[in-house]
Design a protein around this ligand. Structure first.
Ligand code: ADP
Length: 477
C-alpha cells in the first residue's frame, strides 16, 4: 500500500491525508492513499516551477532532449510495472495498459528528438540586409490537468512537449489515476533539475482550481469533461492565460452496404468496448445504411456476447470494470434513459457479474436508436454502443454530424467515392476510413472540432503551437 505524496521542488511532501484508493476491478484490494492537498501546496509547486524556469529554458534544446531521452529509458525499464499499476488503479485490461506504458515511452522519445529540431524559420525581409526569423520560446510555468482514462499516455503527451520546449510543469492528475501519476514522477522526476517537474494530488475543485487561477501559470493544458473544460476556459480567458482543452466525443462509425462486415465488427467492438468504452475517441454510434444494418446488428451482438469480461489483471480479459462508483451510476442511468426513450437492447443492459466486487457493466448494444434520443446525443463513456439506420451515405453523414461533438469518426466502405465524400463532409478532427475511431498515432496531430476541443491540437509536431509563443525577430546590421 502506497501513501502517495506531492512532488515539489524535487522533494516528496505533504501533510494532507486522504481516503483509501481501491481497485475498481476488485474492491477488496486497497492500493494506497491519495492526499487531499490544500491550496498552499499548489502555491509552493507553482513557485518551485517558476524558480526553475530560468535555468531550464536556458539549457539548449539538445540538452533538454537528452534528459527526455533518459526519462524514456527509465520508463521503458518499468513498462510492465506501470502497466500493472494503471490496470489496478483505473481498471483497463493489463494488455492495453502495458501498451499505453510503451506509448508513453515513445512519446518521451519523440519529444526528446524535438529538442534538436527547428524552432523557427527565416522569413525574407523587404530590406535586403535585414535578417528576419521566428523563434519559439516557452510559455513559462504550465499547469497540466489530466483525466484517469489514459493515466500514462496523457500525462506523457502533455508533459514531454511542455518540457522539451522549455516550460516547467505542475502536473495535477485525476483523483482516480494519482498513484500511477505519482509513480511516473517518482521514476522521471529526479532526472530533471528540482522544480522543473512538480506533482500535486487532490481534488480537481480544490487544487485543480487553484492551479488554473494561479497568476504565475502561463498555460493550462487540460483533458477531461466538457463542463470542467468550459469552466477552465473562462478562468483562463479572464486572466489572459493560454489554454488548451480536450473534452468529449460522440464518435460514429458509418457502415456502407459494401463494407467488409468482419472488419467492421472487429473494429467497432474494439472501438466501443476496449477500456470499457472509457476513451474520448470510443465508438459510441454505429450508423449503418439499410442494406447492411440487419446483418451488422446480428454480427455485432454475436461478437459482443463472446467478449471476456473480468479482472483487468487477467491477460485474457477484453474489458474490465469502469473506473468508479460515480461513473458506474452515470452509465447505468444512461442505459435506463435509452430504454425509457424507446431504444431496444440487443445485448447487455446492466451490471455484469464476473465473480469479483467491482464496477462491472455488461457490454451493451442498443438498436432502433433515433437521433433525438439522449443516448444518440450525449457522451456515455462506458461500454455502450447505439445502432442507427440511415437511408443512404448522405443521410448517414448528416446523422453523424448532428451532435455537438466532433472528435473522431470512421467510415467503412470499399468505394473510394463514399470515402472521399465522408472525408470532405464529416465534422471531426480525427477522420478514418476502414479504421477504428479510437487509437491514433503519437506523431500525428490529435484533437477535435465543435465541443470536443478548444481547437488546438496535441501530439506530434502540433504540440509546439500550444507550448510555445512565437517571437518574430528582425535584425538590421
Ligand atoms: P471526469 O468526469 O473525466 O473525471 P473532470 O473534468 O471532472 O472529468 O476531470 C478531469 C480533470 O480535471 C481531473 O484531473 C480533475 O481533478 C480536474 N478538475 C476537476 N474540476 C476542476 C476544476 N474546477 N479546476 C481544475 N481542474 C479540475
Amino acid at each position: 500500500m502506497v501513501a502517495a505524496k506531492n512532488y515539489i521542488a524535487g522533494e516528496w511532501v505533504t501533510d494532507a491525508r486522504g481516503p483509501e484508493v481501491r481497485a475498481p476491478g476488485n474492491l477488496d484490494e486497497v492500493l494506497g492513499t491519495v492526499p487531499l492537498t490544500t491550496t498552499a501546496e499548489v502555491e509552493a509547486a507553482v513557485e518551485a516551477a517558476a524558480r526553475a524556469q530560468d535555468g531550464w529554458r536556458h539549457l539548449s534544446g539538445v540538452e533538454r532532449g537528452n534528459i527526455l531521452f533518459r526519462a524514456a529509458a527509465v520508463l521503458e525499464a518499468h513498462v510492465d510495472e506501470l502497466g500493472a499499476l494503471a490496470a489496478r488503479e483505473m481498471g483497463k485490461p493489463i494488455g492495453e495498459a502495458r501498451a499505453e506504458a510503451a506509448r508513453a515511452v515513445s512519446i518521451f522519445r519523440y519529444y526528446a528528438g524535438e529538442g534538436s529540431r527547428a524552432i523557427g524559420e527565416v522569413i525574407p525581409s523587404a530590406n535586403a540586409t535585414t535578417l528576419q526569423f521566428t523563434l519559439r520560446v516557452p510559455l513559462g510555468v504550465v499547469g497540466i490537468i489530466t483525466p484517469w482514462n489514459f493515466p500514462l499516455a496523457i500525462p506523457a503527451w502533455k508533459m514531454a512537449p511542455a518540457l522539451a520546449y522549455g516550460n516547467t510543469v505542475v502536473l495535477k492528475p485525476a483523483e482516480w489515476a494519482s498513484l500511477t501519476a505519482a509513480r511516473i514522477i517518482e521514476l522521471i522526476g529526479p532526472l530533471f533539475p528540482p522544480g522543473v517537474v512538480n506533482l500535486i494530488l487532490g481534488k480537481g475543485s480544490v487544487v485543480g482550481e487553484a492551479l488554473v487561477r494561479h497568476p504565475a501559470v502561463a498555460g493550462i493544458s487540460f483533458t477531461g469533461s466538457g463542463d470542467t473544460g468550459q469552466h477552465i476556459a473562462q478562468v483562463a480567458v479572464e486572466r489572459g492565460a493560454k489554454y488548451q482543452l480536450e473534452m468529449g466525443g460522440k464518435n460514429p462509425v458509418i457502415v456502407a452496404d459494401d463494407a467488409d462486415l468482419d472488419r467492421v465488427v472487429e473494429l467497432t467492438v474494439s472501438g466501443a468496448m476496449r477500456s470499457a468504452g472509457q476513451k474520448c475517441t470510443a465508438t459510441s454510434r454505429v450508423i449503418a445504411t439499410r442494406g447492411i444494418k440487419p446483418r451488422l446488428a446480428e454480427a455485432l451482438v454475436e461478437r459482443v456476447r463472446q467478449l471476456k469480461q473480468g479482472n483487468p489483471l487477467d491477460p485474457d480479459t477484453y474489458l474490465g470494470p469502469v473506473v468508479s462508483a460515480a461513473q458506474e451510476e452515470k452509465i447505468l442511468a444512461m442505459i435506463q434513459k435509452g430504454r425509457d426513450e424507446g431504444a431496444r437492447i440487443l445485448a447487455g443492459g446492466g451490471r455484469a457479474d464476473v465473480g469479483l466486487r467491482g464496477f462491472y457493466i455488461a457490454p451493451t448494444v442498443f438498436d432502433d436508436v433515433d437521433s433525438r434520443m439522449t443516448i444518440a446525443q450525449e457522451e456515455i463513456f462506458g461500454p455502450v454502443v447505439a445502432i442507427q439506420e440511415a437511408a443512404d451515405i448522405e443521410d448517414a453523414i448528416r446523422i453523424a454530424n448532428g451532435v455537438r461533438y466532433g472528435l473522431s469518426a470512421s467510415v467503412f466502405t470499399r468505394d473510394l467515392k463514399t470515402a472521399l465524400l465522408f472525408v470532405d463532409r464529416i465534422e471531426a478532427g480525427m477522420v478514418r476510413v476502414n479504421e477504428e475511431t479510437a487509437g491514433v498515432e503519437l506523431q500525428a496531430p490529435f484533437g477535435g472540432m465543435k465541443a470536443s476541443s478548444s481547437h488546438s491540437r496535441e501530439q506530434g509536431r502540433a504540440a509546439i503551437e500550444f507550448f510555445t509563443h512565437t517571437k518574430t525577430v528582425a535584425i538590421r546590421p
